[in-house]
Design a protein around this ligand. Sequence first.
Ligand code: SF4
Ligand code: SF4
Length: 61
Amino acid sequence: MYVITIDEAKCTQCGECIKMCPCEVYKLENGKVTVGSTDDCSNCQSCQSVCAPAAITLVEM
Ligand code: SF4
Ligand code: SF4
């Protein structure tokens, strides 16, 4: 299981993580990018590599 957090102070709301994640972990809610269920996360790390401000933290529990 993975716990994913977005540092809101760094996030620019670019939406690239939503586009890149093959498992639809990221959602747009009320104009804000949020983390939904991480059950399907495969730890491909595409979201982290595409996030320019390095706002995404992914920890395996
Ligand atoms: S890729 Fe990074 S900066 Fe862009 S919306 Fe996702 S978390 Fe925010
Ligand atoms: S590591 Fe891969 S599957 Fe997991 S949230 Fe990031 S892009 Fe999606």
